[in-house]
Design a protein around this ligand. Structure first.
Ligand code: EPZ
Length: 453
């Protein structure tokens, strides 16, 4: 029986898209985690703002990077391999406008194209952004982005297949308060304000480590950005920026994913490149669930310390809270906890749909679409919260599964690895969009699987 994580997941499998996984074996070994997907792609866009070439290091070999690379290339940016493995040199000297067809053909399922607006408006006085893709974990609106761009003086023209923007008078500093500390909207403001005329004040900004790393990239380029208390950021626009040379911070979402894989399969995984500071909140929860970890200068050892695992109550939140990207792999581990766990998803309105397939594998997860009566919220509680109540431990058995989204898909592979019996996991290409060398890493950890389609 084929289980579909969500309707959007029904896509014809392409080569390397279907895995047959024989579960029940602990994952043991080392994985190297490279640069963060959610920083590298933005830093690549930032190179458009420089008068000279930029070098980005530790760039992960993932689809989202390929999408941004091809979008930059259709806009005349030359992208070539740098002086070390995993580095890119991005030269915007010949940057130019691109046609709708070219942009649309390369935008793929990414949301990054929206971040091209500010840099292209500064560079060319105009931009065209096709309708966006991205994981089906909610509506993924861009109203915060468009409101911010209008605030900078851009003319935003919604068209049937995308958005055309222009800035005949150039862009000026703005006074922006985000309705919610949106990561993307904060990046939009940063990438636009650094070259706008005058000062921009941004309030209720996202402050995730990837945002702070992007601020580091922009400061290297010559930007003047001050990070104040209470989510306030001031940006003094400058006339010129030059290229940067930057090593991306590590991908803490991938690191957390492999940590949850160690918990769920009762294994032990060394995540080379993982650092404690950016994972503090995750490590607290990991310990409460019954995991143990050893932190070294090179990375972090993750393993299960108790069986069954211990139930917890977790609420996803903006930084420094528990990241929404961490909850899906964690929920698989919580199916092996002795008792009732609760995961409140407060960032996206539809990020618990993946649990249906886990229930078909033997999990006992009830999703409350309106959440449970509230506890403290770092930001104003929003209507879209949901809650998953997970009762364990429940043995999981293999099933046929179709991957719904990036992190949900990763969670399915962990579930198949933890389950007794064989699972066929389809649509795995989505996972490989965000996890570098995914099959190689599974093999290195002793996973028993074949690529069957
Ligand atoms: C980024 O998405 C990440 N993606 C997400 O990671 C991550 O989960 C998310 O930030 C939160 O940390 C990338 O960086 C490419 P948001 P983003 O704007 O920027 C609402 C992964 O798995 N909102 O912070 O799209 C939105 O609907 C991905 O790597 C508006 O209402 O997230 C959501 O409810 C998944 N209007 C909330 O804000 C807007 O204009 C947070 O979204 C923008 C956002």
């Amino acid at each position: 029986m084929t289980l579909v994580g969500s309707d959007e997941a029904r896509t014809a499998p392409t080569l390397g898209d279907v895995l047959e996984i024989r579960g029940g074996h602990p994952l043991r070994g080392q994985v190297d985690v490279k640069g963060a997907k959610n920083l590298a792609t933005k830093a690549m866009v930032a190179s458009l703002l420089g008068e000279t070439p930029s070098t980005l290091r530790d760039v992960p070999e993932i689809r989202d990077v390929e999408v941004v690379r091809s979008l930059l290339e259709v806009h005349g940016v030359s992208v070539s391999e740098g002086d070390e493995p995993g580095s890119l040199v991005l030269d915007p000297a010949l940057a130019k406008s691109a046609g709708f067809e070219e942009i649309d053909a390369h935008a793929g399922s990414s949301r990054i194209p929206i971040l091209f607006c500010g840099p292209l408006l500064h560079l060319l006085g105009q931009a065209f952004i096709p309708d966006l893709g991205g994981c089906r974990i909610g509506d993924r609106p861009i109203d915060f982005h468009l409101d911010a761009l209008r605030n900078f003086g851009a003319i935003v023209d919604k068209q049937p297949n995308g958005i055309r923007l222009s800035a005949p008078e150039g862009l000026h500093g703005a006074n922006i308060e985000l309705p919610y500390p949106s990561v993307g909207a904060t990046e939009q403001v940063l990438l636009t304000a650094v070259r706008a005329k005058g000062v921009t004040e941004l309030r209720n900004a996202a402050i995730e480590p990837e945002i702070m790393d992007l601020i580091g990239v922009l400061q290297k380029m010559g930007a003047i950005i001050s990070y104040e208390p209470n989510r306030v950021i001031f940006i003094e626009g400058v006339d010129e920026l030059h290229g940067y040379d930057h090593r991306s911070l590590f991908d803490r979402n991938e690191a957390a994913s492999w940590a949850c894989a160690a918990l769920a399969t009762d294994g032990e995984i060394f995540v080379k490149g993982a650092r404690q500071y950016e994972m503090l909140t995750f490590l607290n929860v990991f310990r409460k669930v019954g995991g143990s970890f050893d932190i070294t200068d090179e990375g972090i050892w993750f393993r299960r310390a108790t069986t069954p695992l211990k139930p917890v109550m977790v609420e996803t939140d903006v930084h420094p809270g528990f990241m929404t990207d961490w909850q899906q792999p964690l929920i698989v581990a919580l199916t092996q906890a002795g008792g009732v766990s609760i995961v409140h998803e407060t960032v996206y309105e539809n990020r618990l749909g993946f649990t249906a397939a886990l229930n078909q594998m033997g999990a006992d997860i009830v999703v409350h679409p309106k959440g449970l009566e509230g506890v403290y919220r770092r930001v104003e509680r929003r209507e879209l919260e949901q809650a998953a109540v997970i009762t364990g431990p429940t043995p999981l058995t293999g099933a046929d599964i179709v991957v719904p989204d990036l992190r949900g898909g990763y969670a399915y592979v962990i579930a198949a690895l933890a389950a007794e019996g064989t699972s066929r996991v389809s649509n795995v290409g989505i996972i490989r969009r965000g996890y570098e060398k995914f099959f190689d890493k599974l093999t290195a950890l002793g996973a028993d699987f074949d690529v069957v389609g």
